[in-house]
Design a protein around this ligand. Sequence first.
Ligand code: HEM
Ligand code: HEM
Length: 181
Amino acid sequence: MTFRKTGSRDISVTIYPPVTRILHWLVAVLVLLTWPLGFTISFISKEWSLDFYMIHESLGFLVLWIMLVRVGNKLTAEAPEAEGNKLERFAASTVHGLLYAFLIIMPVSGFLATNAHGFPFEWFGLVPIWSPIGKSPEIAGILSGIHWASAWILLGLFGAHIGAVLLHHVIKRDLTLYKIL
Ligand code: HEM
Ligand code: HEM
């Protein structure tokens, strides 16, 4: 599929197929809700914090399943050819690849950490989710540490991603943004 823009310059770009675009925005919305909720938990009074945990964990858990579908889609769906020089193509594929990896590490580490701290997870308080580990104080801190560090790495990757979007849209004024809209 192609997006064409006419005007002072006539330019066009091949865009991602609909499924890829929908998956991108589903995950983007969920992550943009889940991340700030996770960050806020420690500032919330005891009275509300359990609700915050439940919503954070349940939205974050959805990210895991959508990401698994997304990996399958990535391996099978057509994608527009990458543009730019060798370095730009390398930077884009590295950041995209790391985003995929950390979008899986985040929910897995959070889920295992919750169980290791002794709080079995029920999706939206309704569906109990089986866990391969139970209460395990000896590894709970390590899993929380992985979740915490990954959260900041993910934020850094998101910053680089938005930086690249702005570079294309505002400075180079090309059609990269339209590939995913
Ligand atoms: C894309 C998915 C997720 C993102 C972006 C995310 C992000 C965050 C952030 C930014 C924090 C605050 C930093 C910290 O103190 O660690 C946090 C904390 C936390 N998250 Fe997540 N999270 C995700 C998924 C999950 C899931 C699926 C669970 C559990 C089922 C979970 C459980 C927790 C818990 C229990 C905390 C409190 C700190 C701890 O004990 O590790 N998170 N999360
Ligand atoms: C909030 C505004 C966002 C905008 C404007 C945006 C824009 C874009 C654009 C234009 C592309 C296509 C890049 C190309 O192929 O040359 C793209 C791809 C991608 N974006 Fe975003 N994005 C946003 C949020 C996010 C978020 C929150 C995440 C994840 C944390 C994310 C992860 C990705 C990934 C992994 C790709 C690679 C495409 C794939 O292979 O699935 N994006 N984004």
